[in-house]
Design a protein around this ligand. Sequence first.
Ligand SMILES: Nc1ncnc2c1ncn2[C@@H]1O[C@H](COP(=O)(O)OP(=O)(O)O)[C@@H](O)[C@H]1O
Ligand SMILES: O=C(CO)[C@@H](O)[C@@H](O)COP(=O)(O)O
Length: 559
Amino acid sequence: MEKRYVIGIDFGTESGRVVIADVEQGGELASHATLYRHGTIVEKLPGSGKALGQDWALQHPDDYREVLKQSVREVLRISGVRPEQVIGIGVDFTSCTILPVDAKGQPLCVQERYRNEPHAYVKLWKHHAAQEEANRINEWAKESGETFLARYGGKSSSEWMVAKVWQVLNEAPEIYQAAYRFVEAGDWIVQQLTGNWVRSNCSAGYKAFWHKQDGYPPRQFFKQLDPRLEDLTDTKLAGDVLPLGTRAGELSAEAAQLTGLCPGTAVAVATIDAHAGVAGSGAVRSGQMVMAMGTSLCLLVLSHNEVSVEGVSGVVEDGMITGLYGYEAGQPAVGDLFGWYCDQAVPGYVQEAAAKEGVSVHTWLEQRAAELKPGQHGLMAVDWWNGNRSVLEDADLSGLIVGLTLQTKPPEIYRALLESTAFGTRKIMEAFEEAGVHVNEIFACGGLPKRNRLFMQIYADVTGREIKIAAAAETTALGAAIHGAVAAGTERGGYPDLAAAAIQMAKVREETFRPIPENVAVYDDLYRQYIRLHDVFGRGGLVMKELKRIKRKLSNHSE
Ligand SMILES: Nc1ncnc2c1ncn2[C@@H]1O[C@H](COP(=O)(O)OP(=O)(O)O)[C@@H](O)[C@H]1O
Ligand SMILES: O=C(CO)[C@@H](O)[C@@H](O)COP(=O)(O)O
């Protein structure tokens, strides 16, 4: 049989990355990234310059089409693979990233009449301006005795589908009316590739309250939330929800022209980016955990059992690997937090020194931070620069560094920030253990493991656990490609299911990160201090919330 290949398309926060993989051997034959030209839109709309509110985060869907146009062709060119040899395509996307579209699938924001309407754009996963709607969903679920929130650690997030769609209805009812559907961006890409309106059980399950047996919460729940939402799931969220690995359709002639692939190529149901990292790391068994470490950090745990875990973002049957419950928890600012420090808070001399040495500011700071011993800087940070998405589930929490003195240096702060995210991860891992979801093997994937060794060693030391590293540089894109191989099916030379495909196609590096006992002892001590700050500022103290309230009030006045 001629060699067969699959393509994985990974839509991250900053760029889209495409890999091409050999169906039998896995790995990445070639990869290519396309940066989003508009990036993340947080202050004003492109074109009109219309100002956005606090905590908004939008994207432009043309940037995603550019990835399809540029990067798919590039991986074909670099690898020398002929389009006929590609049997399947898989797509992963950040989530909950949603957009309103018309009946043809055209995003409203590219239509002339809605171009200046912020609510017509893509709401990126980290758009946190629907916190009031999320609070109301939480209150009403409690009052009405609905139990679905138990699957989400008892709280829904402002990042998720219903809160975001409700914000559109509240603030721009004409956009809500004009939208034929609100779709996850991953499902939209699949629609653009195949012409089929298909929803993924992964994003519907983790981000839209959908359940394999029960479907969406009842109409009555939505009606009492807001009478205008009564038919939400039958109208704006309508569409078949299909399981991961299913063939969503075949590449249309139009999409074939856009990508340079052959019409008829199998296209898989989309998955969430972090969740694709599970297959991409070769994790397919109960007790395995994958840390998808990039802009944010997602902890993904596979288990035979379904239980309630404090602060879990969600548990979905078949949500990562068919036949297992997949738990997701995580932190919404990790790479982003380090990026913020490098871009916004280091003194000019650091940037100059890094430029002179020809390294990134991250690398310059990492090298110096690695010379410090744990605890030597006397600092402790909490990692809520983008709110808390785990045990505290509160987008209104913010960042904190304690212990600063006139002697404090930038590498010390950088190290404290790296450590703060590791402490946050340990807190989540303890919540899993306490709930009886045991983790016996840890894999790391995403952009950070390959970029920052100190970060990885700190994680091993703070958690006291060995960490294996997924071999693929673009693990999530490889994970998406694995979904493509399953969508192709055995009849086209692919695989029968995700586990079989992942075992064959994904590998880990030989080198692992192991905890260093003397560091573990110091970090145990420091972690106790982290927990103190976590509880004082996260559970009881209102300081962070009050600061946000005052800021909101002032910015409302100045609008
Ligand atoms: N050397 C580094 N150390 C720590 N963080 C880094 C480093 N280089 C880049 N970053 C951060 O990594 C994030 C990008 O992660 P990546 O996994 O590549 O993308 P995405 O999250 O979009 O999938 C950015 O937030 C950036 O600030
Ligand atoms: O929220 C999720 C997954 O549930 C992610 O899509 C989101 O955190 C963004 O991930 P990245 O860090 O950009 O890969």
